[in-house]
Design a protein around this ligand. Structure first.
Ligand SMILES: Cc1cc2nc3c(=O)[nH]c(=O)nc-3n(C[C@H](O)[C@H](O)[C@H](O)COP(=O)(O)OP(=O)(O)OC[C@H]3O[C@@H](n4cnc5c(N)ncnc54)[C@H](O)[C@@H]3O)c2cc1C
Length: 500
């Protein structure tokens, strides 16, 4: 019975992977005339756009304001107490339905660095934990299996109040956003009398989108559940890169781009551009096309300072309305102690005040493991994805994060911090209520100007890193189409839920 049901679900969900485009093999394999493209922003979206275009013979210049590539998957060196160490922007999970990003990792020979996590765990305040590795991997049946973790029980499924939960299985871009984008997760949870443990799972999930439950759009959350949990059979388990991003992602990506002729200009912030009759002027150079791949925070000043966009007020208005999420913090500490239990690389916490997750770098990344071996201490990263209003100053944030860290891992209480790296930022896109309708799309009304990044509206349900990569590739495909060049093949999970 279960086997048959699994087959039916698999068929209904199109075997969990659908093509996003059709490649016309009659078209040119590479562009026939010299075409110059400026890609602004060297995060995953910019790397994707630049790599894809360069592969097809476009002359690409990639401008990045920082001295390193990667954006939120960037990595850089710093000195502390005479030691040279590396910091990254923060822990990242590479889910198995990140089809396009994973294809790219294969292409640049970086896929070999991915290693699986052992479990997806949430630590509860009473010392218990929830783990999700033993759930059925089939969408729908995995929800049914959540009973095992006490997330819900059979009553949840028959209570009339819980009927709206069915929406999780009914994701459909247009309908879901029309019905639920105005509603926050907090309100939805109240309305449906959501069981406490289920609320906790959702809360954790909402925070992974850098949003407090009272601001998080329920439609975005349904989309997230669809993309991560209910559209594919990969389970909630994912992979991580086994060493610093510089070695496992950025170096291979940069080599691939350079081999394909991309000019990479780091430490080159682009503060304005000019739309001209034939294309764009960026950094005093003429280009035929421009792909803007900055983060959500920096796109606004760039567009406000730019010239020649006066006739495109829909576009400039949309950019004006973009919002970044709440402030977040990433605090990495190099210590003289280890945790007692054998935890997976990364755990979520049922946050008391500000701590949302802990990463055990000494277990995960080779270079960190080496430091740990030599120094007989652990490397931990503490995240707060949405800092409370009350926490504003660096020292207060660090103190609050550490207090909560010791609450969950009391054996570490008297540890000595040998080195630390602290980031307090607000450059993540807001997935708050009501924002979707004004979000700009990849193709803008400005001829030759495209957008890419995890904040851009797409008609596929990818999110976060996969959204950044996919949007960069779609932007590149659109330019290829204009030039009569064969597009790159892209994939996605099905766009509709099991019951949609
Ligand atoms: C702490 C943290 C944890 C995360 N964990 C996960 C995870 O586990 N899984 C997951 O899928 N996603 C995760 N994400 C999200 C993921 O990092 C992003 O979705 C993705 O990296 C965004 O890529 P991007 O290219 O769109 O933007 P960014 O990485 O922000 O890149 C934008 C780039 O543009 C550059 N730039 C900005 N302005 C200018 C300018 N004027 N001129 C030139 N360059 C400019 C910036 O310096 C930056 O390099 C996490 C994010 C954070 C912050």
């Amino acid at each position: 019975m279960r086997k048959q049901l699994k087959k039916k679900i698999e068929k209904k969900l199109k075997y969990y992977k659908v093509p996003l485009n059709t490649v016309d093999t009659d078209k040119l394999e590479v562009v026939s005339t010299a075409k110059k493209v400026a890609v602004i922003g060297g995060g995953i979206a910019g790397i994707s756009a630049a790599s894809n275009l360069a592969e097809k013979g476009f002359q690409v210049t990639l401008f990045e304001k920082e001295h390193f590539l990667g954006g939120k998957v960037g990595s850089w060196e710093f000195e502390s107490n005479g030691e040279k160490l590396r910091a990254e922007h923060g822990f990242h999970a590479f889910f198995r339905q990140y089809y396009n990003l994973r294809d790219y990792l294969k292409k640049i020979d970086a896929f070999k660095y991915l290693i699986p996590i052992e479990d997806y765990i949430i630590l509860l305040q009473n010392g218990d934990q929830m783990g999700f590795k033993n759930l059925d991997e089939t969408p729908g049946l995995n929800v049914w299996d959540l009973r095992k973790e006490g997330v819900m029980n059979w009553k949840t499924f028959v209570s009339p109040k819980s009927l709206p939960f069915i929406q999780l299985l009914k994701f459909s871009e247009q309908k879901t956003f029309k019905k639920y984008d105005h509603l926050s997760f907090e309100k939805f949870a109240k309305k449906t009398g959501m069981p406490q443990k289920m609320r906790l799972v959702f809360n954790t999930f909402a925070r992974a989108f850098f949003s407090e439950p009272d601001k998080m759009s329920m439609a975005e959350l349904i989309k997230g559940f669809h993309f991560y949990f209910l559209s594919n059979d990969h389970g909630l388990l994912y992979d991580v890169l086994d060493d610093d991003f510089q070695y496992t992602f950025i170096d291979p990506a940069a080599k691939f781009m350079i081999d394909h002729g991309v000019q990479i200009k780091t430490s080159t912030p682009i503060n304005e551009l000019e739309k001209t009759d034939s294309g764009f002027t960026v950094n005093n150079e003429a280009f035929d096309y421009c792909v803007l791949c900055t983060d959500v925070k920096h796109i606004r000043p760039l567009i406000q300072n730019s010239k020649g966009l006066e006739d495109y007020s829909n576009f400039t208005k949309q950019i004006d309305q973009l919002q970044a999420s709440d402030r977040y913090a990433v605090y990495r500490i190099w210590t003289n102690k280890f945790e007692q239990k054998d935890w997976p690389f990364f755990v979520f916490t049922d946050r008391k005040d500000c701590l949302d997750s802990v990463t055990f770098y000494h277990k995960m990344e080779n270079e960190s493991a080496e430091w740990s071996k030599q120094n007989k201490g652990g490397i931990f990263e503490l995240h707060s994805y949405a800092l409370p209003e009350s926490l504003k100053e660096e020292e207060a944030i660090k103190k609050a994060l550490l207090e909560e860290f010791y609450f969950y891992f009391p054996e570490l209480k008297d540890l000595e911090i040998k080195h630390s790296y602290f980031q307090h930022r607000n450059d993540f896109p807001a997935f708050h209520t009501g924002l979707r309708k004004n979000r700009p799309e990849i193709q803008t009304e400005v001829p030759g100007l495209f957008l890419a990044g995890d904040w851009v509206k797409m008609d596929n349900p990818t999110m976060l890193m996969e959204a950044a990569y996919t949007s960069g590739s779609i932007a590149a495909n659109k330019i290829m189409k204009e030039e009569g060049v064969q597009e790159h093949q892209l994939f996605c999970v099905p766009s509709k839920g099991i019951l949609a």
